[in-house]
Design a protein around this ligand. Structure first.
Ligand code: GDD
Ligand code: MG
Length: 358
């Protein structure tokens, strides 16, 4: 199958609640990841596979996407946008892009997945097996947070169990599908539809041919702070593939206009955004520092995200935390284990500690 004659559609309408407070100001697929909006990595992979026409299914903060990507020509793509005033769910989002599709086959993507899946191999598998729908599947340690997708010995999908507490297999929906156009036309319109909970089970009970394509390439859903931080670091270190990074590989990615003080240690795939200031003796390990943030002398940031323009005071410790845009964390504060600070909030010097040796 010629990828240039396949549409791609990307679902980007979710609210990204698990990544709050960062997603209060930007939709999840636009959060800077290894210095680029996350979606740039996915779009560049789509372009690399030879696909030309892409439709973005937007809803939450829709305007941000077109502002960034325009007609897609900078990425060698032809990008169009459809907007859902009311979010229609993942199935409704697919139905909603139908009017823009040009070909008989469409690749559909969740907009928050970092993956190394060979899209042309997925398309070939779909064609060879004469499937109605093909699903990219991967194996994970804990399938309960995903769509569990058992297959038979021929790779035929036998069930689709979204976020079940009792998964029969570790094989899950990787969030990338091939749909024949006529199957998309079967999805109900004008109401909320879940592709995982309604469309896939319906196709199976109607006897359509739904095939699994399993691989073992890099895969990560970026929807939680923990995964976002890991995925960003993996991009920086070249463990996760992205044609947009043009072969960058290293312990750190420091952007133009950032300043780094003497003795600062930046490791673990950390990213420092444009205009950020990193003070003397700071230690960043697996840190994601957005543009314009300030990290003052001696502070330690591990596996955490520091929002746009936030300030981290001297000798503060942030570990597995998310600091909202413009927040102000006082000197020697300690924020650990999933702590989230909302945008603009100020925590006074020594305002939060996990130890008493002040
Ligand atoms: N257009 C539109 N409209 N897009 C939506 C809507 C909507 O109403 N709701 C969600 N999306 C988009 C999100 O922006 C995201 O890119 C994608 O659909 C998936 O939504 P998530 O909220 O990230 O879903 P998930 O991570 O819990 O689960 C999904 O992904 C897993 C793999 O990463 C499911 O597809 C699981 O089955 C799958 O295993
Ligand atoms: Mg997700």
């Amino acid at each position: 199958m010629n990828a240039a004659e396949v549409d791609a559609a990307i679902l980007v309408g979710g609210k990204g609640t698990r990544l709050r407070p960062l997603t209060l100001s930007a939709p999840k697929p636009m959060l800077p990841t290894a210095g680029l909006p996350f979606l740039t990595h996915l779009l560049s992979r789509i372009a690399d596979a030879g696909v030309k026409h892409v439709v973005l299914g937007t809803s939450y903060k829709a305007e941000v996407f077109e502002k960034e990507f325009g007609d897609g020509s900078a990425l060698g793509l032809d990008i169009e946008y459809v907007f859902e005033e009311q979010p229609r769910g993942t199935g409704g989002g697919i139905a909603n892009v139908a009017s823009k599709l040009r070909y008989d086959t469409a690749l559909i993507f969740n907009g928050d997945v970092l993956s190394g899946c060979d899209l042309n191999a997925l398309l070939s598998s779909h064609e060879e097996r004469q499937a109605d729908v093909s699903l990219h599947l991967v194996r994970v340690g804990d399938p309960r947070a995903f769509g569990c997708v058992p297959t038979d010995s021929d790779g035929g999908v036998t069930a689709f169990l979204e976020k079940t507490q009792d998964p029969p297999t570790d094989q899950i929906n990787a969030g990338c599908y091939v749909f024949n156009r006529d199957v998309i036309d079967r999805i109900p319109t004008g109401r909320e539809v879940s592709v995982e909970r309604e469309v896939f089970p319906g196709l199976l009970s109607d006897g359509l041919k739904v095939c699994g394509y399993v691989d073992a390439t890099y895969w990560r859903d970026m929807g939680t702070p923990e995964d976002f931080v890991r995925g960003s670091a993996d991009l920086v270190r070249g463990i996760a593939p992205s044609p947009a990074l043009k072969g960058h590989r290293g312990e750190q990615l420091v952007h133009d206009g950032a300043s780094i003080g003497p003795g600062a240690l930046i490791i673990g795939g950390s990213v420092v955004g444009r205009g950020a200031e990193i003070g003397p003796g700071v230690r960043l390990d697996g840190a994601v520092i957005f543009d314009g943030a300030h990290v003052e002398a001696g502070a330690v940031i591990e596996r955490s995200i520091i929002g746009f323009g936030a300030r981290i005071g001297p000798r503060a410790l942030i570990r597995d935390g998310v600091i909202g845009d413009g927040a102000n964390i006082g000197a020697r504060c300690e924020l650990l284990r999933g702590a989230r600070v909302w945008p603009g909030v100020t925590i006074p010097d020594v305002g939060i500690r996990y130890s008493t040796d002040v």
